[in-house]
Ligand binder design. Structure first.
Ligand code: ARG
Ligand code: ASP
Length: 721
């Protein structure tokens, strides 16, 4: 009997220690997840996470800016999120004299906190299943266009109703590829001030070398505060505003973590594709990703070369380099991960089983019998178009031809003259002011030799990589006048253009009049920008959009088929930048043969990586001193300080900054990344290797208190010792 019990317990443990795939809907936890969560160790209820009747965790979680998550950690509106999420706010306050990015910044009182125009945070008030109302009047026989029109009209009406007589905003998002719809009613706070950020040598320690990797030692956090009007409601920035008093904030735990502990991540995962057919994986891994990786490899090599030569250039291109490098590295990891998982074969086997089931019944056959053939046809065309579209955007945006970006800044000004008989002084000077700001911002971080080399290189690459029908007109000119010598074409462009230099761009702007329009139109950088834009607008975008719509429609049908086929399984919807719950356990992983990773890193690892020669690994002197003196205060554990930890929560881009809580719902970490071997989790989750990386909250507190001397901030937190 005892033996049997042991077997049962270990079976249970084996099962419970497993990673839990999925990004779950907060409103439906009670129905689908809470029992399992509690079995895994969670001590709270579904109502504690999401409730409209009482204060719950959801009241302390927000969309931070445009693509991250943040959470409240005091009853005075204090927020913690990632350093890389606060990056542009921190950068915007940085100057040569006050380089907060490099040196860090800490407000020593509320008066010193820095406002950030344009930065907002968004709280979810409530969500609601509105599928029936969205699909009123929709019939299966409708054309795609008609269906979309009816749905759009219904959505407008529902949103209007939800935001009538209140200051909320509303969005409706499709779930399960349009088989279900949810309404989200939100409250947006617009006065968000920077409270503090560690120096980049802590907040971005390891840089792009360590990005997407374990073992990790990045102190990826920054601290902000929400301000509200005298009624505690959202308001534009004003000196009169007061710190926001939330209904709920996360207690911060100093108790630490052990391998096997329950963890939950609560945030805004951006987008995943878990239910696509094998053709989609083939398109990404064989056609699209390799070319995107190639073009970015070229960009990065050129940037790196100049950045290594000149520290000034390094600062200018740090953010650009990070942006280009981030997805570049992830795509490579995804290809590798899918390959090792044998993902396409797995999908194919699943598709076969599903089709056998479909073909057993004439009704199902009528509905789903052709789905895979239709996918196959679609993807044959989709791949080329998606590749051309993605590459085109790589050329004129995304740190491609930067001088084309400068040219495009003049577009609003041109439009003003073109669309209005006499735009009037006021409108013109306002438009000029806006362009001027953009130009000044841009040239702060511009280095012409990089742009020139990238331009010649990627123009040539683009022409080699896409179907000739997607070549903009400029290629004809390069052929006729320059005999396809991209170098020569680029040399001439940079010699002639007014947009590659701040002085000439500003001079053009200062004296801008109707006559200047001709000058802009004749400028070679403008011409380049324009021909690419035209190819995009007239050719690629319409084509891509219609194929994507067709794809959406097939996805809806295929999703429905999958859910009927596995009618006992509880499906989770793909991420769509709505609030979700991921749960799992603190856990290391086996990365490769004989490489077994532990779940926790410590300050010892920072000192091991310390290398003044390598930019990414320069440890600040102050941190070294604290280390030498073992001056760790109450953040010390076994003679060291914990830094980052791994867990099995299913996360993706957008989850950065998400609260990571323990079984009691106390904050133990801030999510910021995933480990390299598991980044294919957007397409297929592998419980053995998919891990999210979190900053241990104790390291954040240690840095705030001991390193920055801003310990007064801890007084407003609820610390659990
Ligand atoms: N990989 C993380 C995420 O996708 C962090 C990105 C920012 N850091 C960087 N070195 N690029 O957002
Ligand atoms: N680093 C990502 C973010 O910024 C998170 C991830 O992709 O795991 O959202």
């Amino acid at each position: 009997m005892k033996k049997l019990l042991l077997v049962l317990i270990s079976l249970h443990l084996a099962f419970a220690s497993f990673a839990k795939e999925g990004m779950w809907i907060p409103l439906l936890l009670e129905k689908y997840n809470i029992e399992e969560m509690q079995e895994m160790g969670f001590r709270l209820t579904a109502e504690d996470i999401y409730s409209i009747n009482q204060a719950s965790m959801k009241d302390a979680v927000m969309i931070f800016g445009g693509g991250c998550t943040g959470e409240l950690i005091s009853d005075q509106g204090l927020i913690i999120t990632n350093h890389h999420c606060g990056y542009s706010a921190i950068q915007s306050h940085s100057t040569i004299e006050n380089d907060y990015l490099t040196n860090g910044f800490w407000a020593m009182s509320k008066e010193e906190e820095l406002p950030n125009p344009g930065l907002s945070v968004t709280f979810l008030k409530y969500m609601e299943d509105v599928t029936d109302s969205v699909l009123v009047g929709v019939e299966e026989s409708m054309s795609m266009k008609k269906r979309e029109k009816v749905i759009d009209e219904n959505i407008s009406k529902i949103k209007e109703r939800a935001t009538k007589d209140n200051h909320y905003t509303a969005t409706i998002k499709p779930f399960f590829h349009g088989n279900q719809y949810f309404l989200f009613v939100n409250e947006v706070y617009k006065d968000v001030r920077l409270v503090g950020a560690p120096p980049s040598a802590i907040g971005k320690f390891g840089g792009d070398t360590d990005n997407w990797m374990w073992p990790r030692h990045t102190g990826d956090f920054s601290v902000f505060r929400i301000y509200a009007d005298e009624n505690n409601e959202p308001a534009e920035y004003s000196e009169e505003n007061k710190p926001f008093i939330p209904k709920k904030h996360f207690p911060v735990s100093l108790k630490g973590i052990e391998e096997g502990d329950f963890t939950m991540v609560f945030g805004y995962p951006g987008s995943t594709d878990q239910y696509v057919p094998s053709y989609h994986l083939k398109m990404l891994t064989e056609k699209v990703y390799p070319e995107l990786i190639e073009i970015r490899t070229h960009k990065l090599n050129i940037m790196d070369k100049y950045m290594e030569q000149d520290p000034g250039v390094r600062i200018k291109y740090a953010a650009k380099n990070a942006r280009v490098s981030n997805s570049w590295k992830r795509w490579r990891g995804e290809i590798r991960g899918l390959d090792i998982l044998n993902a396409r074969e797995k999908k194919k086997a699943y598709q076969e089983k599903l089709m056998q089931w479909v073909n057993k019944n004439s009704d199902r056959k009528a509905h789903y019998g052709q789905i895979l053939n239709e996918y196959k046809d679609l993807y044959e065309e989709f791949g080329d178009v998606k590749l051309a579209r993605d590459l085109l955007l790589e050329v004129i945006y995304r740190n491609g031809v930067e001088v084309a970006e400068v040219a495009s800044m003049f577009r609003p000004l041109l439009k003003l003259y073109e669309t209005e008989e006499d735009p009037g002084e006021e409108k013109i000077s306002q438009a000029k002011e806006e362009v001027k700001k953009k130009i000044n911002d841009f040239f702060k971080d511009y280095y012409q030799p990089i742009d020139k080399e990238v331009t010649a290189d990627i123009l040539s690459l683009y022409s080699q990589s896409v179907n000739p029908e997607f070549l903009p007109d400029v290629y004809r000119r390069i052929n006729e006048k320059f005999n396809n010598d991209f170098q020569a074409y680029t040399e001439k462009l940079f010699r002639k253009t007014l947009f590659a230099d701040k002085t000439s761009a500003l001079a053009l702007l200062e004296g801008f009049s109707e006559r200047s329009i001709k000058k802009v139109r004749k400028d070679p950088a403008w011409k380049l920008y324009k021909t690419f834009m035209e190819t995009y607008r007239d050719q690629l975008y319409p084509l891509y959009n219609s194929l994507r719509q067709k794809n959406d429609s097939l996805n809806r049908i295929y999703m429905k088929a999958q859910m009927e086929f596995e009618s006992d399984k509880v499906f989770y919807p793909d991420a769509n930048f709505t609030l979700r719950v991921g749960y799992g356990k603190v856990k290391g992983y086996e990365a490769r043969d004989a490489i077994e990773y532990e779940h926790l890193t410590t300050i010892e690892g920072i000192m091991e990586k310390d290398n003044p020669e390598i930019y990414d690994y320069r440890v600040p002197e102050k941190l070294k001193t604290l280390y030498r003196q073992k001056d760790y205060g109450r953040y010390e554990v076994d003679g060291t300080v914990p830094v980052c930890f791994l867990a099995t929560n299913h996360t993706t881009g957008g989850n950065s900054g998400s609260p990571v809580v323990n079984a009691e719902g106390h904050l133990i970490g801030v999510n910021f990344d995933r480990a390299w071997e598991g980044v294919m989790s957007d397409l297929m989750f592998n419980p053995e290797q998919c891990r999210n990386i979190s900053l241990d909250i104790r390291y954040a507190l240690f840095i705030i208190d001991k390193f920055a001397g801003a310990g007064y901030l801890l007084d407003e937190m609820t610390i659990i010792e």
